[in-house]
Design a protein. Structure first.
Length: 358
């Protein structure tokens, strides 16, 4: 009897140990990044900068420190992404008072998710926009300075969304959000609708994304935006990227009047070349049209357009990337200023940045 009881106990103990060993362990990941830069404007001023995050001249600047924590267990998960520095403050400009303060702190992303099925995931919270080619974290972009389309498009959304894997290469997203770039809304109850359709087959070098955003903001402006992102990895060392966006505005308070409807649009091509595993370059050419003076030409009644070219070199040393950059912007009307205050149509910058991630 004792021998039988001992054998039975050993079997139960072995079963319990096996059961414990096969239990799914919660997954945790901590990642982060930081960036710094120096920029010199050849017109001799910092007011020429009309895009995000590089508003300086002849100054060493701190960009942003990011810490991102991810945890998942069974079907639930959470993402908490915090940013510290001027870049974080400008990204969350509606939430951070005095966002130009270099000590700004912002919640870049915070959302919880539930994996309903193998193909459907629901997320609730705040997350970076699905619109556009460029991203807020500097180390994820090959150009350090930002495009006009990024700077005047949405930064993030707060709401609920569903990500659906339609097939191995086709994905979709649909969501309901607060008005653009607002984590909290008290002025009205209007919501935005966002959607994305992505085609990214593993066996081909082409990836396509069609993005959409529509809604009414807190001042009564109805917005529709359609955005296309395409990438083509021609060879292992040479690739192309494209971003095109078209955004319409309708002032519902004066609907039907001649000046109630307006639009802006942009188009950018990215040429990426990697000569070695450590050294590469990216040339970005962008055309930004703001004829209705909605964005960059808001202070200019006649509106205009900008052609901008940016050449960035990337030198990688492990997780550290050094980025020397030259940029030239040409406006159709006087938008920039020389050091003595004289208006001009062109501006140029030289910049040196460093990014690190882990």
């Amino acid at each position: 009897m004792l021998t039988t009881l001992f054998a039975t106990g050993s079997l139960l103990s072995a079963y319990a140990q096996t059961s414990t060993d096969t239990t799914t362990v919660p997954a945790f990941k901590l990642s982060g990044s930081a960036d710094v830069y120096y920029k010199y404007n050849l017109n001799g001023n910092y007011t020429d900068n009309k895009t995000s995050f590089t508003n300086s001249h002849n100054s060493f600047e701190l960009g942003m420190v990011s810490l991102k924590a991810e945890h998942s267990f069974k079907k639930g998960s959470i993402v908490a992404d915090l940013g510290f520095g001027r870049r974080a403050g400008e990204f969350s400009y509606n939430d951070v008072p005095g966002s130009t303060n270099g000590l700004s702190m912002a919640i870049k992303q915070l959302y919880v998710s539930y994996q309903v099925t193998d193909k459907i995931k629901l997320s609730l919270g705040s997350y970076g926009t699905h619109v556009g080619y460029e991203l807020v974290d500097a180390y994820l972009n090959r150009n350090y300075s930002m495009s006009y389309m990024f700077s005047y498009g949405p930064f993030f959304h707060t709401g609920v969304k569903a990500d659906v894997a339609l097939s191995s290469s086709l994905s979709a997203m649909v969501g309901v959000f607060n008005p653009t770039d607002l984590k909290s809304v008290t002025l009205n109850s209007h919501k935005y609708i966002g959607a994305q359709l992505g085609w990214a087959p593993a066996e081909t070098p082409v990836k396509l994304y069609l993005n959409y955003l529509e809604g009414r903001d807190t001042s009564g402006i109805q917005n529709h935006q359609v955005d296309v992102v395409a990438t083509y990895q021609v060879t292992e060392k040479f690739g192309l990227g494209y971003n095109g966006t078209y955004s319409t505005y309708l002032d519902t308070k004066i609907k039907g009047e001649a000046n109630a409807s307006a639009n802006w649009w942009g188009s950018a091509l990215y040429i990426n070349a990697d000569f070695t595993d450590k050294f590469g370059l990216t040339l970005r050419g962008e055309y930004f049209s703001d004829k209705d003076a909605l964005k960059v030409y808001a202070a200019s009644p006649e509106g205009g357009n900008i052609v901008a070219g940016t050449l960035s070199f990337n030198y990688k040393i492990g997780n550290l990337t050094l980025i020397p950059e030259f940029r030239l912007d040409k406006s159709s009307v006087d938008l920039f200023n020389k050091k003595d205050g004289t208006a001009t149509t062109t501006t140029a910058n030289v910049l040196f940045a460093a990014t690190y991630h882990f």
